[in-house]
Design a protein around this ligand. Structure first.
Ligand code: AP5
Length: 208
């Protein structure tokens, strides 16, 4: 099964894509995570990407499309994959259609007010790549999965979140109509609690 998770920043794409991919035994492919790895390793791609990411802008399409095309050639993608945060522009979606067959697109719906609340409370674990919210943590500084130190993502600063939302509405939202027209879109309200949302996603995909 080849799936896409679409939605604004903080809609829960990462949270649910990781869980579903694990359950289906297929990889979750997050272009955001791939870019952050390049930034950490200070590769040429990472140095270029950081300028866009820190400002809440999208990294250029040709960089992203090349990165994804290469990733799909890895053997673990043979049985399927879950895209998280890709595609994000019409150019990316059109390029993807030339080298992959997508079976369904989960469109996570959450208003800007919910997004701002969520991202200001998000903490991530650089050691195990976990994503959490301070509301659900006993200790907001310690990863409940591996005991590592939790940090706030640089692009979760309020001003950058507002930029990311503007970019989402302008550049990514048109993909909703694109995939709806192809009959692939599954709308899921993601404003509620995590487990209830996850069940709704599985139902939308006929997996529950
Ligand atoms: P990326 O890492 O993809 O960030 P994003 O799309 O902005 O999405 P987020 O990771 O912020 O949110 P999410 O929807 O995954 O939510 P999460 O599950 O964490 O991209 C970062 C940057 O990289 C971009 O700005 C851009 O510069 C660049 N980039 C990446 N891909 C690109 C591309 N294709 N093209 C060009 N540039 C690209 O959840 C958020 C929080 O909510 C968590 O704390 C979670 O615990 C909490 N939460 C509360 N309730 C719920 C619930 N019901 N469901 C899920 N989570 C919940």
């Amino acid at each position: 099964m080849n799936l896409i998770f679409l939605g604004p920043p903080g809609a829960g794409k990462g949270t649910h894509a990781v869980r579903l991919a694990h359950e289906l035994g297929i990889p979750q492919i997050s272009t955001g995570d791939m870019l952050r790895q390049h930034v950490r390793r200070q590769t040429a791609l990472g140095v270029e990407a950081a300028r866009y990411m820190d400002a809440g802008k999208l990294v250029p399409d040709d960089v992203i499309i090349g990165m994804v095309r290469e990733r799909l050639q890895q053997p673990d993608c043979a049985k399927g994959y879950v895209f998280d945060g890709f595609p994000r522009t019409l150019a990316q979606a059109e390029a993807l259609s030339t080298f992959a067959d997508i079976h369904a697109v989960v469109n996570l719906l959450a208003g800007d007010d919910v997004i701002i609340r969520r991202l200001s409370g998000r903490r991530v674990c650089p050691a195990c790549n976990g994503t959490f919210h301070v509301r659900y943590l006993k200790d907001p500084a310690i990863c409940p999965d591996c005991g590592g130190a939790l940090v706030q993502r640089a692009d979760d600063a309020e001003e950058t979140v507002l930029n990311r939302l503007t970019v989402y509405h302008r550049q990514t939202e048109p993909l909703i109509a694109y995939y709806r027209q192809l009959g692939l879109l599954r709308d899921v309200d993601s404003a509620g609690e995590v487990d209830a949302n996850y069940l709704d996603i599985k139902k939308a995909l006929n997996l529950a």
